[in-house]
Design a protein around this ligand. Sequence first.
Ligand code: PLP
Length: 366
Amino acid sequence: MKAATRIVRAGLPTAQQAAPFLPGPTFAAPYHAAGDPTTAPYNYGRLHNPTWTQFEQALSELEGGTALAFASGMAAIAAVFGSVLRPGDKVVLPSDSYYLTRVLANGYFTQMGVQVVMSPTTNNSQLEHLDGAKLLWLETPSNPGLDVCDIVALSQAAHERGVLVAVDNTTATPLGQQPLALGADFSVASDTKALTGHSDLILGHVAVREAALMDGIRMWRNQIGAVPGPMEVWLAHRSMATLHLRLERQCASALTIAQFMSEQKGVTDVRYPGLAAHPAHDLARQQMQYFGPIISFTLADEAAAQHFLSACKLVYEATSFGSLHTTAERRARWGGDIVPAGFIRMNIGCEDVDDLMADLAQALDH
Ligand code: PLP
């Protein structure tokens, strides 16, 4: 079955006369569960929910493993750290990962006695730090720098040393890249972004191949309680069915716009893994089916970047990415990422690409 078919049908129950295609959200704290509670498939709302079950089934089909939904991408990341890392363990992180991943590792987990070693995504440089590690954390393409590393090569090297591998797959989505099939033990994502793509909910998930790893993740979610609301999960499942359509449009437009921006005066360092000029383009082609909706580029300085963003009429100035609305921000306004003051991360949405290019051209002229 092709990806476009699989995603439209993923997680839907078998057809039943007079039943909806995607049953609506189930709102429940306790469920009726008399006698031995383990005989009821659902007994308490922090542990399970039929709406989660449907969505997790859909995610599992896409990931090629077993998936569990979380209240946010950060809750999913914390579940992998929390279920794997113990005092004295070493974790190897990308120094250019999503900044809050680094903040969590360097803050709480360092205080708990975990050793955090950081190295850039580019050139697979995390390879040099694997000896003695418990967990290798990858993020490819990285946010916001869009560097790419080799999941197959890094996973092989890690497994030879008994190191577990997790990939933050947020920027690619499971349609764009399947970390478990490429050798990783955990595929983790913020589903706040392109997977759901409508800028209206916060969600995350973890997928694994091994049952023992899933036991740890499930126990963590049950005990920490970072569970998603059924309404968000139902919306996510509904939205996910159009991921293929959205990505087709967004990635085609992202490539066109990246090429267009590369030719504009005053715009430097245009980055998109789908551009032949990207330093890891060949590798990206090998391990990705879609290059994602994000491009980045640099303008002269903070003032030029802010000026450009205010002059755009079709680009919302906002954080996050993956949505069907085109958005952009000057990333340095947050601190935390090592990027120039004029660095802009732009999410290309589903608007008409000619309209977007005309808007960007008039904003650059400003
Ligand atoms: N991972 C990446 C790559 C992200 O960009 C983000 C958020 O921007 C997260 C994880 C965290 O996701 P959430 O905001 O859903 O907690």
